[in-house]
Structure formats: structure tokens, C-alpha cells
Write a protein that binds this ligand. Structure first.
Ligand code: ATP
Length: 370
């Protein structure tokens, strides 16, 4: 990637996925005009439960391939609880994309913004700023329904396998250390905590062994260790002490929701899923049909996921304008909360999806790139 025009595959998906995608892309276009130096071209792809109802397919023919040839994939939300395959599972073509494009590094930022309701009474909760890094292609999800790898013995027993491979785990830990290094350069703690259950499972001891091996390559980054049960406790007791937490797939699935709950609703939960060649960016929330069509969706999870996408494109291409655009979105959100100009209804404020998007666009126009 050494060009300043980037192809983005966009899957708006279902429910509020369409609203928050429109909001995120509107903000991206604003920042793109404000900063200049790069262009994004969008390739809109059909996929999801509504598309399945219409066509019997969960994703348009050829769309998986188009997604793979784009510079990045942006996704709103997929799935509706009342639309299912015959075996009862929900429509989820995005899980295939994760598998197909080996998006092993699931990045879930957890950050407390000023003037937002905090779950914890301790004043230090205002300092929460951590990343849950969830391995996303193996672990206990190796046997998940889409892979059909469970061993079922009549109606008597089901065995599901947890897989930890050296190749994926080395890349995952390297990703964690590089992320901590990048955050350290911006004032972060420079700490990676390995979250596992190494006292009980050989697979987890292996996960930790590889962590130690890779840590030697990053002497500037501190290391910590935590058993997953103790980590759950510490995320409630002292989440402000952590920086990057790296863990197996299922542990990450659970702890990222727990950590997200400390700093607001699902509408704040951004997410990047990154592999060696591909990156998919989406809010961590689902299609939320309960608030569909009411202008209630908080678009910030999608907007912040778009900022992660710009940062990723900047890192891969070396185009500084993309990195600047990502920082401008992040600092406009931070400033917007500080100045009480960002007030999502989800967090008790008065701005629906559209008003919040406009407020953020205005802030981006006003703010100097940092
Ligand atoms: P999934 O099973 O895919 O996680 P879901 O629809 O069951 O999807 P979510 O959409 O993740 O669950 O979120 C649960 C609830 O949180 C929703 O029903 C909705 O009320 C609220 N919620 C989720 N996202 C947002 C958002 N962006 N803004 C406001 N509220 C949201």
C-alpha cells in the first residue's frame, strides 16, 4: 500500500448497523476533507439477516472476495434475533470473514471519557484506558458452531477443543507488545499483561511460555501476568492499573464486555479485527433491533472504529494524513465530552444519532489537527 487512495469494503448490515455506519462514514468524510492527503473509495456490499430474508443468502455473491481485496473492511452490525438458519444459528457471514482472512488480533479499546456516567465510584475510574486484545481465530472458539468441529456422541456428550497454536500466538503477543509500545509513545504505561489459566491448562501454560519468549524482544515494555478469574476481579477493583491485556478468544469475549461495561454502554465499544493482510473494523455492539429507527443509536462505537481503521491504513501505508485523521477524530470525541458538546442519549444526554454526528462534524471543523 503506497498510495493515497484506499478502497473500503462497507457492509452496513442490519438494524442500527446501517445508521451507525452512515454516521461513521459521514464523520470520516468530514475529517478527510479537513485534513486532505488521502481519499477513500467505498464499495458497498450486501450482507446480513435482512439480505438473507430477501435472497436466501447471507452475503452477496462475490462480496467475500471483494472484501478481501479491499484495503480495509468496515462493518455496521449483522444479525437479527428472529432471522435464523434452519439449525437455529443467527446469520453471521462476518464470522467467516474473520476466519477466512485470519483476523487473529481483536482490539477492544476501553476508555473512560470525561462527563460520562462511570460504573465505579472510585475517582480513579476516570483514568481507565486499556485495551483488551482478544485472539479471534482459535482458542475455545476453535470448535464454535460455524466450524462444526465439536465431537458429538449421540445425546450423551459433546467435546469441544481449545486450540492454541505457536504461529498465531507468537503473532498475537508481538501485536500486543507493539501496541503497548505505540501507546507508550503517546504517554501510555508500556505494560502488557498476559491473561490465562496457566496454573490449570497445558494450553495456557504454552500461551504464557510464548508470551515470555516474545517479551524478550521488547525490553522497553513491562510485563504482567494474571489468571483470568483474578483478572475479572481486578478489572472491577483497579482497572486503571492496566494497559494492554492479551488473552485467548473466549476469555477476551467475556472480559471485553466486562471492561466495556465499566465505561458506558455498548454504543462506546469500538473494535478492530486485524490479521497480517487484512483488517475489519466494526462497533462491538449488535444490530440492537429494540432501538431501530428511533434515532437512538449512539454512533460513537462505529466512529471510533472508523478512527481505528484510519490509523491502521496509516500504519500500513505510511501516509501520515491518515494517522492525523484518526487522531483528529479521537481528540474531537475527547474534547466533545470534556466541553459537554457530545451528549449521547444512550448515556443520559439529549443527542440522538443524527444530532451527535452533526456535533462531532462541527468539532472536527473547528479543531486543529494535533
Ligand atoms: P448481539 O447478540 O449481536 O450482541 P444484540 O442486539 O443482542 O446483538 P447489542 O446490540 O450488542 O445486542 O446490545 C444490547 C443492547 O444494548 C441493545 O439491545 C441496545 O438497547 C443497546 N445498544 C447496543 N448498541 C447501542 C448503541 N450503539 N447505542 C445505544 N444503545 C445500544
Amino acid at each position: 500500500m503506497s498510495k493515497a487512495v484506499f478502497q473500503i469494503a462497507v457492509i452496513r448490515g442490519d438494524g442500527i448497523g446501517t445508521d451507525v455506519t452512515d454516521a461513521a462514514l459521514a464523520v470520516v468524510e468530514t475529517v478527510c476533507r479537513r485534513i486532505g492527503g488521502f481519499k477513500l473509495r467505498y464499495d458497498k456490499l450486501d450482507a446480513g439477516a435482512a439480505y438473507f430474508l430477501e435472497t436466501g443468502l447471507d452475503i452477496a455473491p462475490g462480496a467475500e472476495k471483494s472484501a478481501g481485496s479491499a484495503d480495509a473492511i468496515f462493518l455496521g452490525a449483522i444479525g437479527l434475533p428472529n432471522v435464523r438458519h434452519q439449525d437455529g444459528t443467527e446469520i453471521s457471514p462476518h464470522l467467516r470473514l474473520r476466519e477466512q482472512y485470519q483476523l487473529y488480533a481483536g482490539v477492544r479499546p476501553v476508555k473512560a471519557y470525561p462527563n460520562t456516567p462511570q460504573c465505579l465510584a472510585d475517582a480513579r475510574a476516570a483514568d481507565i484506558d486499556l485495551i483488551v486484545l482478544r485472539e479471534s481465530t482459535e482458542g475455545l472458539f476453535y470448535s464454535a458452531a460455524i466450524h462444526q468441529r465439536s465431537v458429538v456422541t449421540d445425546d450423551q456428550e459433546i467435546c469441544e477443543t481449545l486450540r492454541i497454536s505457536r504461529s498465531v500466538t507468537e503473532k498475537l503477543h508481538d501485536f500486543a507488545f507493539k501496541l503497548a509500545r505505540k501507546r507508550k509513545a503517546r504517554g501510555g504505561k508500556g505494560l502488557v499483561t498476559c491473561v490465562d489459566k496457566a496454573n490449570v491448562f497445558r494450553s495456557m501454560a504454552f500461551f504464557r511460555k510464548i508470551f515470555d519468549e516474545r517479551a524478550r524482544h521488547f525490553p522497553d515494555i513491562d510485563t504482567g501476568y494474571s489468571y483470568v478469574d483474578a483478572q475479572a476481579l481486578d478489572l472491577v477493583r483497579k482497572p486503571w492499573d492496566f494497559d494492554v491485556l492479551v488473552m485467548e478468544n473466549m476469555f477476551g469475549d467475556i472480559l471485553s464486555d466486562l471492561a466495556g461495561g465499566l465505561v458506558g454502554g455498548m454504543g462506546m465499544a469500538s473494535c478492530a479485527e486485524i490479521g497480517d493482510q487484512h483488517g475489519l473494523f466494526q462497533p462491538a455492539h449488535g444490530s440492537a433491533p429494540d432501538i431501530l429507527g428511533q434515532d437512538l443509536a449512539n454512533p460513537l462505537a462505529a466512529v471510533l472504529s472508523a478512527a481505528l481503521m484510519l490509523e491502521y491504513l496509516g500504519d500500513r501505508s505510511g501516509v501520515q494524513a491518515l494517522t492525523d485523521a484518526a487522531s483528529l477524530i479521537e481528540s474531537a470525541v475527547e474534547y466533545g465530552f470534556t466541553a459537554k458538546r457530545i451528549r449521547p442519549k444512550e448515556l443520559g444526554g439529549d443527542q440522538g444519532t443524527k444530532a451527535l454526528t452533526r456535533a462531532l462534524q462541527k468539532l472536527i471543523h473547528e479543531k486543529q489537527p494535533s
